[in-house]
Design a protein. Structure first.
Length: 310
């Protein structure tokens, strides 16, 4: 049972096997608008269950009740899976395999082929949190191998021009999106960033905090926009722009605003390091002090959407 999800032109097939078929309906709902039933993906992640194996998983005592994910040594995972009940060994593990453990799931990723394997360590219907997180990590890994990423940001577009608002949780990304109803919101938490044809480009993403994308036409979800400015959010009593140095912006992007950066391969991390080093030379950078009023939209419109950056 398969489903192909298209993200920024990258087509990824989800292959549901055994009991994991029960979460297909969750994926159909979550990725609606991004599903392409007419296409076969160029890469594939296989989803299956190993509920009996979860009792003795590596580092299980440290993570069983912890909401975050962590990387495990591939040798340790390989040894564990060798003795796991029901494991067929059909996903080769070597020293380059990235092994990500969540509360109820394990993701294996091969950076050379971008193939993935997700094992649910509980019945699949009890593993929706892990399905959500591990699929997001897998997609981030695939995009990373191709020179793209999910940004911890909100991305808005007017026509073919877009702006990106970067901020930590609670910084105001969803607020900004709500204050600009005349803009198209690509995401308020995880838009996709790529360099394409020598232009820095942002794409819609299913990952968001509020339900802004639901109900949009499918062709809208396949849009892209040329990035005209990067804005780092600062809540304030009025809305204004403060120029930001390349050094400060680059440091914040690498350390705080690329989703799942530590879970990417060394090659992908190097590629993104180089990408954003150049981005910070080419795209205007600002701290955006903003108040919760419609002045937000006017400040951005006046500054960049008539410009020619990127």
């Amino acid at each position: 049972m398969e489903m192909t999800v298209s993200l920024a032109g990258t087509n990824i097939t989800l292959n549901f096997t055994d009991q994991a078929k029960t979460i297909r309906s969750f994926c159909e709902y979550f990725f609606r608008g991004f599903i392409r039933p007419d296409l076969k993906g160029t890469v594939e992640v296989r989803l299956s269950t190993l509920p009996e194996a979860g009792r003795d998983l590596p580092a299980g005592d440290q993570i069983r009740n912890h909401p975050l994910e962590r990387l495990l040594p591939p040798g340790e995972v390989k040894t564990w899976l060798t003795g796991a009940p029901g494991h067929t060994g059909n996903f080769p593990i070597n020293e380059g395999t990235l092994c990500t453990l969540s509360r109820e799931g394990l993701l294996l990723f091969n950076p050379e082929t971008s193939a993935g394997q997700i094992f649910f360590l509980k019945p699949a219907h009890d593993s929706l949190y892990s399905a959500h997180r591990l699929l997001w990590i897998y997609f981030a890994q695939v995009l990373g191998e191709n020179g793209g990423c999910f940004l911890h940001a909100a991305a808005l577009a007017k026509g073919s021009k877009g702006v990106v608002f970067l901020g930590d949780s609670g910084a105001g990304k969803s607020t900004i999106a709500g204050l600009c109803p005349e803009w198209t919101v690509f995401s308020d938490d995880g838009p996709i960033f790529f360099k394409q044809n020598e232009k820095y480009t942002v794409y819609p993403s299913p990952y968001q905090q509020i339900d802004l994308l639901r109900g949009l036409r499918e062709e809208t979800l396949q849009m892209k926009a040329r990035v005209m400015g990067l804005y780092f959010l600062v809540k304030d009593r009025r809305s204004f722009l403060e120029p930001l140095s390349k050094k400060a912006a680059f440091s914040m992007i690498l350390n705080r605003h690329i989703h799942f950066f530590p879970f990417l391969s060394a090659r992908a991390r190097t590629t993104l390091f180089d990408l954003f080093f150049r981005v910070c030379d080419k795209i205007p950078l600002y701290n955006f002090h903003f108040a919760k009023d419609r002045g937000v939209s006017e400040v951005i419109l006046a500054k960049h959407l008539g410009g020619n950056h990127g």
